[in-house]
Design a binder for this molecule. Sequence first.
Ligand code: FES
Ligand code: FES
Length: 166
Amino acid sequence: MSDDRSLSREVTCTVNGVKRAATVSVRRTLADFLRHDLGLTGTHLGCEHGVCGACTVLVDGRAVRGCLMLAVQAEDRAVTTVEGLAPDAASLHPLQAAFARHHALQCGFCTPGMLTTLVEFLAEVPEPTPTQVREAISGNLCRCTGYEPIVTATLEAAAAMRGQAA
Ligand code: FES
Ligand code: FES
C-alpha cells in the first residue's frame, strides 16, 4: 500500500515576483497549482492536453503550457502569469492596452495565454511582421475574434514597446 506522503512534495518558486511555497501532489499540474493553490485564476484551462494554449504562462521568460508542466517542475523557477504582466489596472502592459483598444478579445478566455505567448515573442522579435505574429499565436486558439484584431494590437504594442525602449 502506498504512503500518501510520498505522493506530495514541497515546491518553492517565484510567482509574479513573490516567493511562494506549497506542498503539492507530484501529479499537480502547474496550471492547477496556480489556479487552485495560489488563487491565480487568470490562467485558464481549456483542452488540458496542450492544444489550445489557454493555460500558457512564462517560466523563466519562456512560454510554457501550464497544463503540461508539473508544479514540482517549477521548483526554483520564476513563473509569470497574466496577473503579473501589469502592476494594476491603471498601468496595463502595452499588449493589454493595445488589446483593449483594438477589441482583440471578446469572451477573453484565450487572452491570458495570448498575452503571455506574445510577451515572450516580442522579447525575441521586437519588430515583427503580421505573418510572424500569426505564426507566434498559431498554437493559441481563439473562438471569437478571427485573430485579425489580435495581430493589429500586437503590431501596435510592438511599436509602443520599441518607442519605450528607445
Ligand atoms: S489547457 Fe493547456 S493547452 Fe489547452
Ligand atoms: S476572445 Fe473568446 S476565445 Fe478568444
